[in-house]
Design a protein around this ligand. Structure first.
Ligand code: IMP
Ligand code: MG
Length: 182
């Protein structure tokens, strides 16, 4: 994706869907939720790259139980706003998770394909427990049934960018969630 001018780039940021303040408050609550569940037991936060890197960075600092950080990459969207329907694990965890309480950290659940595949894979490795926290959820778009243990914001069927989420690899560094406009 190429932008000829900064104005062209900025014109794609249509309107704010979730503000920085709303994100901050919801993450503080999510941190308390995780602390409450694990009550001091160590956990492994697994960030699904790339979209969840910003959320992970803030969520990890909102929890106070001992925590390790792991990364996995799954690709379901390529260029554009349409799901390809194919999920590929392009980067895997480096550690054995059989003695871990795992919390998957995801940016958004759309069709449900990515997380149902990732959850299946991680469950097969026998973790002590497995939970999913997602920043955003678009339940109206589900193709594969999937529910997160905690979802911070439910949004309508819009293509959103910012706070880690991209369109054509751009806009991940916008500090809030916005609607993308063609
Ligand atoms: P799913 O497999 O269809 O649930 O899609 C999950 C992945 O698609 C997310 O982790 C995102 O990377 C991407 N995605 C889905 N909806 C959006 C969106 O509105 N903006 C940016 N990325 C999205
Ligand atoms: Mg993602």
């Amino acid at each position: 994706m190429e932008f000829k001018t900064k104005e062209e780039f900025e014109s794609k940021i249509k309107r704010v869907i979730v503000s920085e303040e709303e994100i901050r408050a919801a993450i503080a609550e999510a941190g308390r939720y995780i602390d409450g569940i694990f009550d001091g037991s160590p956990i492994l936060l697994v960030s699904i790259l790339k979209g969840s890197f910003v959320f992970l960075a803030d969520l990890a600092r909102a929890v106070s139980v001992p925590c390790e950080i792991g990364f996995m990459a799954a690709k379901s969207y390529y260029e554009g706003t349409q799901s390809s329907g194919v999920v590929r694990i392009t980067m895997d965890l480096e550690r054995d998770i059989s003695n871990c309480h795992v919390v998957i950290v995801e940016d958004i659940i759309d069709t449900g394909r990515t997380l149902s595949d990732v959850v299946k894979l991680l469950k097969s490795r026998g973790p002590l427990s497995l939970r999913v926290v997602t920043l955003l959820d678009k339940p109206s778009r589900r193709i594969v049934p999937f529910e997160a243990d905690m979802s911070l914001f439910t949004i309508p069927d819009l293509f959103v960018i910012g706070y880690g989420l991209d369109y054509g690899e751009y806009f991940r560094n916008i500090p809030y969630i916005a609607e993308f406009g063609e």
